[in-house]
Ligand binder design. Sequence first.
Ligand code: HEM
Ligand SMILES: *[C@@H]1O[C@H](CO)[C@@H](O)[C@H](O)[C@H]1NC(C)=O
Ligand SMILES: *[C@@H]1O[C@H](CO)[C@@H](O)[C@H](O)[C@H]1NC(C)=O
Ligand SMILES: *[C@@H]1O[C@H](CO)[C@@H](O)[C@H](O)[C@H]1NC(C)=O
Length: 542
Amino acid sequence: MSLLLLVGVLATAVCYRVYLRYRRISISDIPGPKAESFILGNLRQYFQSQAGAIDFEWQEAYGDIVRFKGPFGEDRLLVADPKALQHIYHTSGYNYSKQKERREVSRLLSGHGLIWADGQTHKRQRRIMNPAFGSKESRALVPIFVNSASKLSTKWKDMLSTADGEELVFDMANWLARATLDAMGIAAFDYHFGTLENAGDELGNAYANLCMEAFGNLTERDILKQSIVPHLPQWILQFITNNVPNRRLEQLRKTSAVASKVAQRLIDEKAEALISGKGNRDVMSLLVQANVSENEKTRMSNDEMIAQMRTLLLAGYETTATSLNWILLEIARHEKVQTRLRQEIHEKEGEIRARGDAEFTAADFDSMPYLTAVLKEGLRYHPAAYSTYREAAKDDILPLHTPITTRSGKIITEIPVPKGTKVVTSINGYNRHKAVFGPDSHVFDPDRWLTPGRVEKAASVGVYGNLLSFAAGVRACIGWRFAVLELQAFIVELVGQFEISLTPEALRVRREACLVMAPTIEGQLEKGNQLPLKVKLASRSN
Ligand code: HEM
Ligand SMILES: *[C@@H]1O[C@H](CO)[C@@H](O)[C@H](O)[C@H]1NC(C)=O
Ligand SMILES: *[C@@H]1O[C@H](CO)[C@@H](O)[C@H](O)[C@H]1NC(C)=O
Ligand SMILES: *[C@@H]1O[C@H](CO)[C@@H](O)[C@H](O)[C@H]1NC(C)=O
């Protein structure tokens, strides 16, 4: 009853706001799907479909800018147009801010760190942390990634050698998450989680359950609640996230407590050495030095320092593990790609041995065109972070790459966007944009990156391969170089050593939309993230 009343009050309030907005500028003339209901608009379709599925459907039907309905008649935009994306991420700076309710979830999950911060606070935090993520700093981490990947493959080889048959089924979701959490710990914090050895790690388990339990499987009731929340004042919102009993929020609170504990432990163990080791550019040193900085512009509070570590732990390993899952799935699906890639890897190994070295370096990865092509295609086809959520901080005009025909028949090349409009950027949609990636953009084909003219630049958007997979602009992924090198190290090790093929379950894989785009298996959703693939030792021709 009280919920109904609340809905009624809010509906009236929102209608009035919508009415006011109509008198000024409006996006109601932009084409898009009909609302399913007044209360939820199109949100059920958006939140209950697999990641990217509704984006592709609407993009096909209405184009690269789609107006869809939020709750209570609110108009929102789904954006995949290259020029509009460039405007939102680059040109506008912070004028497309993060959505309030999503920032609240970020705050709960990882505190007042980079993902939560906006405007000047974000600018300050980012300036302090950037030096740790440059090209030189990231490339220096390659031996760590190579070593972590080799630990995983040693583990698999041991298991294969004691198994009866010559192949085994491994759940990639589980193995890769553990291996990348370990790699992240060592590379960013010089800390050995040891989750590959010990599957019962507290932090690993907390993160492993996050996807489905906190963000997946949304009911209409969940969506309705999420729609009401942004209209509440900040203090009520904060009270709810911190206190109200709710299965999803409790999962977040539990994870958040574990991550804080781990971050504090890392700081306690390392702080002294880090303060005395002035001039180091690893991220822990930068944070600890900022914490004791005299200058307000370069200072970070204790709370922020812990938050950054939690942010990096979460943003840095789950996304990388998930991307690796999807890339290995495509490699398993495409035997020819796998064979050709393995050949390039084995040839390069021969070269490395011939020059008297034992391990791949960043320069070796750079000199492997097919590896690069497979990686870019994997990141394009399956962007682990599938959307970002923004809202216009002021009235604005969004320029378009491709003109659109409005519902009333006008052809327009820019869209007036009223202040407060919620914008979802479709990373899946842009990554399959036909003007950029060709008419066969829905096909997985690494060759597109090796054939001149098959990938065009419609506008400068992303940081890697002009893809949107790491977002773009002032708050593009800070760790993208780190991620690229880590993915290269794991792909080289795993595809070099093993033949990977599909299982019957892998034919029923779903791109589950739960913060990241995680693999689940149709009919076994209760098991959460999983990706069972067959693995056996690869034969060597040289
Ligand atoms: C393949 C792996 C990765 C993918 C696909 C990915 C993707 C993204 C995307 C799309 C964003 C923008 C989110 C938004 O604006 O709403 C982002 C932000 C971020 N990523 Fe990554 N990321 C990856 C790996 C990493 C790694 C390895 C690290 C750290 C070492 C990292 C740290 C961050 C941080 C701190 C942010 C927030 C940046 C800011 O707002 O200034 N990510 N990432
Ligand atoms: C953002 O909006 C403010 C207020 O209208 C304006 O002064 C500023 O120049 C804008 N920033 C950018 C990068 O467009
Ligand atoms: C960070 O700064 C706070 C307040 O100045 C101080 O109490 C704390 O010990 C510092 N932490 C580290 C790790 O240096
Ligand atoms: C999805 O949610 C429904 C209702 O809350 C619940 O009964 C079901 O077990 C959930 N499914 C999964 C896979 O979590």
